[in-house]
Design a protein around this ligand. Structure first.
Ligand SMILES: Cc1ncc(COP(=O)(O)O)c(C=O)c1O
Length: 335
């Protein structure tokens, strides 16, 4: 590879096999009836505790935890968090304990990601709903202080591992996909992904500008309007450039975010998202999720059906994982 970003300078743990597969989706293309060829980057196959995009970020972030001599990992997110599941999986794989601060109340039955937390032996702290219950950041700090007093070396992971170090995981994913495309003789003019805490899109924006500036990243927002999400992504892109020592910046207007596909509420499935989950499953055997990838896929399908990318040779979908959440919402998929 001849990219000027040399990720081998940054310590990582090789928690999963690279490259993740890149697959064509001819039957989905046929079902949509679109012109561009469709591909999927299978980042749902990243092996740590059922995998997903966070594992790519954690490969770098947890290397930092190891370098700092950590023996306990602390992080926070919602009760059904793919980020918490993968952080916990990585911690266990490294022989560390893991505290998860969960914004929500403890449900009567443990399902989906919460079931995995329980099986893998996380220390769980339910703090009530965000904005209503206890502040998860303050809770993390209090638990870290308490662990330090007891002689431990705790390491706190930012929600979504969306820091410049974590974003390197998506710089890499895009660079990898572009190389895989080259081997197949295919150029991706568009790349779709779900965007929330912004590390995935932030890294992907840096990776695309580096590996193929002709590739447009489309963030499908899962929780915010396009204006605020593009500001959030641009900030992380600029922090990542600074971290890498690259003298480049972007503004929010350089970042493309679609906010019409998440239904206005984080974590609540949409009809179009659920249709996309069934279509991708029935045509390609992919298992998407109700909170992120189903909504992102519904956005890609809608843009393709509108003909918005008809002049493109190929469009790439980043499958960022998340399927365990399906099992916490079985009522949506009974027929
Ligand atoms: C399955 C899945 N896809 C996409 C995302 C969004 O990634 P990011 O938080 O880096 O924007 C997440 C974040 O939790 C996720 O779990």
């Amino acid at each position: 590879m001849t990219h000027s970003i040399d990720l081998s300078r940054y310590p990582r743990l090789n928690l999963f096999p690279r490259p993740t597969p890149l697959e064509e989706m001819p039957r989905l293309r046929q079902a949509i009836g679109c012109k561009p060829r469709l591909f999927v980057k299978r980042d749902d196959t990243t092996t740590v505790a059922l995998g997903g995009n966070k594992t790519r970020k954690l490969d770098f972030v947890m290397a930092d935890a190891v370098a700092q001599g950590a023996d306990v990992i602390i992080t926070w997110a919602g009760v059904q968090s793919n980020h918490c599941r993968q952080t916990l999986g990585a911690a266990k794989k490294l022989g560390m304990d893991c505290h998860l601060i969960l914004t929500g109340d403890e449900p009567a039955v443990r399902q989906g990601n919460l079931l995995i937390y329980t099986i893998l032996g996380a220390e769980l702290h339910f703090v009530g709903d965000e904005g209503v219950g206890r502040d998860p950041e303050a809770e993390m700090a209090a638990i870290a202080a308490d662990l330090r007093k007891k002689g431990h070396t705790p390491y706190t992971v930012t929600i979504g591992a969306s820091t410049p170090l974590g974003a390197l995981g998506y710089v890499e994913s895009v660079m990898e996909a572009v190389e895989q495309g080259k081997k197949l003789g295919v150029r991706f003019q568009h790349g779709f992904l779900a965007t929330g805490s912004a590390g995935t899109q932030g890294g992907a924006e840096v990776g695309a500008r580096e590996a193929d500036p002709g590739m447009r990243i489309h963030g499908v927002s899962v929780s915010r309007d396009a204006d605020s999400q593009s500001v959030k992504v641009a900030k992380l892109v600029n922090e990542t450039y600074a971290f890498l020592g690259i003298d480049k910046t972007v503004t929010a207007s350089d970042i493309l975010v679609h906010d019409q596909y998440y239904g206005g509420k984080y974590g609540v499935p949409t009809e179009a998202g659920n249709d996309a989950i069934r279509l991708a499953g029935r045509t390609e055997g992919l298992i998407l999720d109700p909170v992120y990838t189903g909504k992102a896929m519904s956005g890609m399908i809608d843009q393709l059906r509108r003909g918005a990318m008809d002049d493109a040779e190929a469009v790439l979908f980043f499958h960022t994982g998340g399927s365990p959440a399906l099992f916490a919402m079985p009522e949506y998929y009974q027929r």
